[in-house]
Design a protein around this ligand. Structure first.
Ligand code: ZN
Length: 354
């Protein structure tokens, strides 16, 4: 037996791809030329991931504009003045706003799974955006003739289709990116916004069998963009009880960057159910220092002292570049950290006699 280990999703895009995206936006190159760059980056990213020894592959999100906005590709009923997310270093990211009905995804994740699977024989994991994040597109003042309830039922159907399509396309697992979970406690410390997010995501999960839910997971973190976070100051242990109400089989939890990991692991131990598999972050994409395999091993042994060995795996704390234009982490650093995670996890498994 070994300890499962998986990436979160994104890998920094090659500089040539970032330049090509900008050039295409400026009409300096055409869509076909950009498509070539996408294909090149995707193929190279998968090769490099395989070289790290990673038993599970992602597409590195090479062709996503961001983990949150891929589903909005090509939509014409959006304006740019949506919700603003402030990060600790002062920079912000702004979501679009839905201006007219109906709400449909312009892109579904199945396309990414199909593309990735054409370059690898290994199991492919696919990340999808949470319905709760997409719910932020609906303006607080409403849309005439399109009630919030009508919007939410369209959204639930689209988000379910995103997961269903990825599973049908052969994804080994699907991870719902729920990075606004911890942020929601900053916006509403009472937790009622968080609970409404969890309830909405559970509406999406209702259509899946318990078998299928074992292949569906959720990722939370304090945000990660330009090496900064949006909600690291929120106590993790206030998030976890509500998070574990989500009807998924897998949890992908940031942990390497937590100041008091033992305390958080103790909370997870209280909450973990018999059918749960919890992936604990053992590398920190925001910290430029590359972890050694020995450091990772020690972090895994720290987890093994608290959680049942058959119920945990390892992961990175977050994606390495959730937004395509984020060049704060070098590609080489990402692959080195992943290699350390894979090797350190195997070292710990040997030490535990697995
Ligand atoms: Zn994350």
């Amino acid at each position: 037996m070994s300890i499962p280990t998986e990436p979160i999703g994104s890998i920094p895009r090659p500089p040539s791809l970032i330049r090509a995206v900008a050039a295409c936006q400026a009409n300096e190159i055409d869509d076909a030329a950009l498509e070539q760059e996408f294909t090149k980056a995707l193929r190279e990213t998968i090769e490099r991931l395989e070289e790290t020894g990673s038993p599970v592959i992602t597409d590195g999100e090479q062709t996503k504009p961001s983990f949150a906005t891929y589903a909005l590709a090509g939509l014409t009923n959006l304006t740019s003045d949506g919700v603003v997310i402030p990060f600790a270093d002062g920079h912000t990211r702004q979501l679009p706003r839905l201006a007219a009905s109906p709400f449909r995804y312009g892109m579904h994740a199945a396309r990414y799974v199909e593309a990735a699977r054409s370059y690898t024989q290994r199991p492919v994991k696919q990340a999808v955006i949470s319905a709760s994040a997409m719910s932020l597109l609906y303006p607080s003042q409403g849309i005439r003739g399109y009630s919030r309830e009508a919007f939410l039922s369209d959204l639930v159907a689209e988000a379910a289709e995103d997961i269903r399509g990825a599973l049908n396309a052969g994804a080994a697992s699907v991870q719902i990116d729920f990075t606004e979970a911890r942020l929601s406690l900053k916006l509403d410390p009472s937790g009622s916004l968080l609970r409404s997010f969890v309830a909405l995501n559970n509406r999406v999960l209702e259509g899946f069998t318990s078998e299928e839910r074992l292949r569906i997971g959720v990722h939370v973190c304090p945000g990660g963009d330009h090496d900064s976070t949006h909600s690291a100051d929120i106590d993790y242990t206030t998030l976890l009880p509500d998070l574990f109400q989500m009807n998924v089989g897998r949890f992908y939890l940031q942990m390497a960057s937590e100041p008091d990991r033992k305390r958080v692991l103790g909370t997870i131990k209280e909450l973990i159910g018999p059918s749960h598999l919890v992936f604990i972050g053992v590398t920190d994409p925001i910290n430029p220092a590359v972890e050694t395999a020995e450091q990772v091993r020690d972090r895994v042994l720290e987890v093994a002292a608290v959680l049942p060995v058959a119920q945990f795996g390892t992961t990175d704390d977050c994606g390495f570049a959730p937004f395509a234009d984020d060049i704060s982490t070098a590609r080489e650093t990402a692959f080195s950290k992943i290699r350390a995670r894979v090797e350190g996890t195997a070292m710990a498994a040997r030490e535990l006699g697995l």
